[in-house]
Structure formats: C-alpha cells, structure tokens
Write a protein that binds this ligand. Sequence first.
Ligand code: SAM
Length: 220
Amino acid sequence: MKRVPEPELMDSEEQTLAYAHADFEESNSLFTREFLERFEGLAGSGSMADLGCGPGDIAIRLANALPGWQVTGIDAGENMLRRAREHPGYPAVADRVSFHLAYLPDPTLQAGGWNALVSNSLLHHLPDPQVLWNSIGQLAADGAAVQVMDLVRPESKLAATDLVDRYADGAPEILREDFYNSLLAAYTVEEVTQQLEQARLDSLRVETVSDRHWLVSGTL
Ligand SMILES: C[S@@+](CC[C@H](N)C(=O)[O-])C[C@H]1O[C@@H](n2cnc3c(N)ncnc32)[C@H](O)[C@@H]1O
C-alpha cells in the first residue's frame, strides 16, 4: 500500500487531551523494556533525549528506571508539552526530567551532547524522515545508545482497519482515527533500512518487534 502522509504536528486541545489519556501501556512498556534489555550495561548516569516526546510517558518511565540519568523530552507542540508536565508521574522525577519546545531539525540543540537518544512514533509524522536520522547523528555523543520505534505500514487499508479494531476497540473515535492515519503514514522495515543507509547510520539495525511495530537500535 502506498504511504499516505498525515499532518506533522498534533497539538490541538482535543487531540493532545485524548492522546495524553489514551492507554499506551502495551507499546510504552514494550519500548521501555526493549531499551533496558538492549542497553543493560548502560552507565549509571548520563543524559538522554526523547525526540517527539509527546505527553512524556516514555521519558518518565525511562527516568524512573534509570535514576542516575537526566532526561529531556523534546517536542514541537506546546500543548503536548503542557500535557507532559501534567503527567501524574512527573512530580516524582521533575528534578531529572525536563520538557523542551523545539522543532526538529534544530541546530541550537546541544550537538554531540547526549548519551542516549530515543524516539517513539515520531518518524511517521515527518515529511522528510532524514530529519530524525540526521538529528540523531547531530545530537549523539560518542557511544550513544539509540532506540527508535514506530508503526509498520500494513499491506492494505483493510489490514489497517483490522489492527485498529484489534488494538483500539472501544477507544474514542479521535484516537481510532489517529491510529488508522498513523498506520497509513508509517514506514515499512525496508524503507527504514534504506533511510538508515542514506543517513550512514551503519551501526543501527531495524527489526520487527510486534505485529505492528519495528524497532531500530544500536550504539553510535
Ligand atoms: C504520535 S506523537 C508520539 C508521542 C510520544 N513519543 C509517544 O510515544 O507517545 C508524535 C509527536 O511528535 C511531535 N513532532 C512532530 N514533528 C516534530 C518535529 N519536527 N520536531 C519535534 N516534534 C515533532 C508531535 O508534536 C507529537 O507530539
């Protein structure tokens, strides 16, 4: 199926509220678990950026799991970042987690300054996927741990509808629609492989980690 792009930013009151209250337990715990398993020997302290952090749940989960780390959630949506600061888990980690407004690519972000870079579900929003891969190359310190996860574009609109029915049954219509549009805008594993080659991020590998997600990981 041909890719159908969706709007880059999701920052309306209605959309950010629905997204912040959605149940992403399964995918956010998958992301966190994969990171902690893949980078088991990670240093006891360091700085991490979560690119396109949205309402901050993954940044907060990782901060809880890595008590010596400073985590910065970066997003271009002001309303989204307000939701992140309202996350019920934020006060407990607010001394180590900050949320920063920036539209990628952003040359003012500290180049080469981050020991870990993570991103979930940002790539399919970007009109130019190299914005994410180039930002990772720009921001990574030597030896930085990188993990990026996103949806796999299904083979047909019917297959996308099946996934929405399976995983967003009973969810508000705005979230079901968002999930469907995200599946149509997502990249395939083959496309991501080509993007990594083009960005010359040779040490990063992509693999399928669920019936609807691919995951890129490695050390730069
Ligand atoms: C689908 S949400 C994912 C949020 C979060 N990572 C998660 O897993 O729940 C994508 C986020 O990327 C942000 N975004 C899109 N384009 C961006 C860009 N060029 N720079 C920074 N953030 C961007 C949007 O505002 C949105 O919050």
